[in-house]
Design a protein around this ligand. Structure first.
Ligand SMILES: Cc1cc2nc3c(=O)[nH]c(=O)nc-3n(C[C@H](O)[C@H](O)[C@H](O)COP(=O)(O)OP(=O)(O)OC[C@H]3O[C@@H](n4cnc5c(N)ncnc54)[C@H](O)[C@@H]3O)c2cc1C
Length: 380
């Protein structure tokens, strides 16, 4: 393919996965990431089914992912006395191949870093399209011009805001928030999840030291202010039973708190001129369970279509839209909030009940596999 210069915003999963393919097709790739270094952390993310496996294999990283896989483990759904009410099996929570998000980001970064440019601690401040490129200014680096710009910068995408408009036009709040908190106290190796209506608190197990999901009106807070987020958790979880007061005391001592809304991205078209969106920026659905698979398959399709069109971005972006949008549709349907934090005692019982019957679980797994494989992968 024609040697294109491509700027990717975001170095988590979608960005480095795309860099992988673009390098292979002969492009000059720069990845700009706002964080000062590759971001560690996050819960485990997962891959499911033949399509994800095929793309990882074509990337040549399937074995590496397998070596790093965490192996989904069961999560106990408990009552206020800590008694087990039901078991959410590892195969349900962890998909087919589960890996910590930070480990996957590291693997993709290390594979691509020798052949492209990573710029950490910077962010795009403006995008101006000209007849033959996009003029880009940055918070820190000097301005540069690229043939194409890709927004792989997550659900709160900066590129989407600059090129398409404010977040409120594309991101729908789904009525719940979630928080991930690293704790200095060990609550046990086995994952335990405790619910009261509209509130869920989980500790232990391989996912994250503490994981919260709660129903709420939209909250006004600073996503980069950990103390404010601890206050929100303290307020929301006040008076909750089981060991939650003890967990909240540990949250207060934590230096790593991340609280965000459960939201969904809806956008009519993934590209505008020479700017295109990939991963959560284009079809994110928080905790929906498909984000990482969509990011990796999306990167494969977007880069493949650019190569097939010999760098003609108009033809390639049209094809990306045509081929990928039906597959990404799954992100428009799910909402993990009411499942993880059901709103009433009867809904909590019903959710727990689903895990008591193998046939129901088998059906849910079958549906998940169907969505994850619902695309015919071209060989580019
Ligand atoms: C720290 C972290 C923890 C996560 N934890 C989980 C989890 O526990 N479970 C789960 O299912 N999913 C989690 N996710 C989301 C998951 O990674 C995605 O749903 C999926 O893998 C798709 O990835 P993505 O690369 O499109 O978006 P993301 O993984 O959200 O990555 C977006 C990247 O863009 C960067 N970025 C943001 N703004 C800018 C900017 N202005 N300029 C440059 N770069 C920018 C971010 O720092 C980030 O590295 C997490 C993401 C992150 C970043």
């Amino acid at each position: 393919m024609k040697n294109l210069t491509i700027l990717i915003s975001g170095a988590s999963i979608a960005g480095p996965a795309l860099a992988h393919w673009l390098i292979r097709y002969g492009c000059s790739v720069t990845v700009v990431e706002k964080a000062p270094a590759l971001r560690p952390g996050g819960q485990a993310v997962d891959f499911k089914g033949e399509t994800h496996r095929t793309v990882l294999s074509r990337m040549g990283i399937l074995d590496d992912v397998r070596k790093l896989q965490t192996g989904g483990s069961d999560q106990l759904l408990i009552d206020a006395e800590g008694r087990t009410l039901a078991v959410m099996p590892g195969e349900f929570t962890g998909g087919e191949l589960e890996i910590k998000r930070g480990d996957l980001a590291r693997l993709l970064h290390d594979r691509t870093a020798p052949a492209c440019e990573y710029v950490f601690g910077d962010s795009i401040t403006s995008l101006t399209e000209t007849p033959d490129g996009v003029h880009v200014t940055f918070e820190r680096a000097a301005p540069r011009t690229f043939d194409l710009v890709v927004g792989a910068d997550g659900i709160h995408s900066n590129v989407r805001r600059l090129a398409f408009g404010p977040e409120s036009g594309f991101v729908r709040f789904l009525g719940h928030y979630y928080a991930l908190v690293d704790l200095d106290q060990d609550f046990g190796r086995v994952g335990r999840m405790y619910n009261e209506p509209g509130r869920m608190a989980a500790v232990g197990g391989p996912k994250a030291p503490a994981f919260f999901v709660f129903a709420s009106e939209p909250l006004d807070y600073d996503r980069y202010d950990a103390e404010q987020q601890k206050d929100i958790l303290a307020r929301t979880y006040a008076g909750m039973g089981w060991r939650v007061p003890e967990v909240l005391a540990a949250v207060r001592r934590s230096s790593s708190v991340y609280l965000d809304s459960i939201s969904q991205v809806r956008i009519d078209r993934y590209s505008r001129g020479r700017v295109v969106l990939l991963g959560d920026a284009a079809y994110g659905n928080t905790l929906g369970g498909f984000g990482t698979g969509l990011a990796v398959v999306g990167a494969y399709v977007l880069a493949g279509e650019l190569a097939a069109a010999d760098g003609d971005h108009r033809a390639a972006f049209d094809a990306y839209e045509r081929v990928f949008r039906p597959y990404a549709k799954v992100s428009e349907n799910g909402n993990a909030g009411p499942f993880l934090a059901p709103g009433s005692p009867s809904r909590i019982r019903m959710r727990n009940w689903m895990f008591k019957y193998r046939f129901l679980l088998a059906w849910m797994m079958k549906m998940t596999d169907k969505f994850a494989t619902d695309i015919e992968l071209k060989t580019y």
